[in-house]
Design a binder for this molecule. Structure first.
Ligand SMILES: [Zn+2]
Ligand SMILES: [Zn+2]
Length: 213
């Protein structure tokens, strides 16, 4: 079995979990959610010795996508995701970045939009795409069944769920996404959220107060 590994590169004032996910043997992988601080990300890539094949975006918020255009220009790799419903966010990244003090944020158009049920391959590792709106309308979760691992974005956190007070957020929609798309993945699935520590679906099913309302 191909061995997936991941490590976190915290970026922006929001301490967003930009991550490098890669296949241990082939040393090929992807950068997920490069919100900003591109020099930090490039340094981490170089130290890892991993060849980056693509950039994945879980959703269009500034702390996740603000640096994607610059990183694509530097690495010459495609940007995959999120769902097209986050287009309105990606089209205003430069303005939002200026507002939040994220230097160099640029608007970005992905090379490929993602839909529920599609697959994305990273170094031969298949990730299933789950469209999980609520935090933002175009949020997607990347799930690698072989390694029982998910890249969660801001849908679900350890002990919390994504905020829904931002434009086109909706709390009911978010809870439905978690109930119908995320929890069925199984209790043993480890996930890396957009902020804070990793967790498992089982731990959140049992202890997350937002899932026991
Ligand atoms: Zn977000
Ligand atoms: Zn975030």
């Amino acid at each position: 079995m191909t061995q997936l590994q991941a490590f976190i590169i915290p970026v922006t004032g929001f301490q967003q979990n930009c991550s490098l996910v890669f296949d241990k043997d082939q040393k090929r992988g992807a950068i997920v959610d490069p919100g900003g601080d591109i020099p930090l990300i490039l340094e981490a890539i170089e130290q890892s010795g991993v060849t980056i094949e693509k950039i994945l975006l879980t959703h269009g918020h500034i702390d996740h996508a603000g640096g994607a255009a610059e990183l694509r220009d530097t690495l010459k790799v495609p940007i995959i995701g999120p769902h097209e419903d986050d287009l309105f966010l990606l089209e205003e990244l430069a303005g939002t970045g200026a507002q939040y003090g994220i230097v160099g944020a640029r608007n970005v158009k992905p090379d490929r939009w993602l839909k529920d049920g599609e697959k994305v391959s990273v170094a031969g590792l298949d990730f299933d795409i789950l469209h999980a709106p609520g935090h933002s309308p175009g949020s997607v979760v990347f799930f690698n069944d072989a390694n029982r691992f998910a890249l969660m974005g801001d849908v679900l956190f350890q002990g919390s769920v994504g905020r829904t007070d931002l434009p086109r957020g909706n709390h009911e929609t978010l809870l439905r996404s978690i109930r119908e798309k995320i929890l069925p993945l199984g209790d043993d699935v480890v996930f890396l959220p957009g902020h804070g520590p990793a967790s498992t679906i089982g731990q959140e099913r049992e202890t997350n107060p937002f899932l026991n309302e």
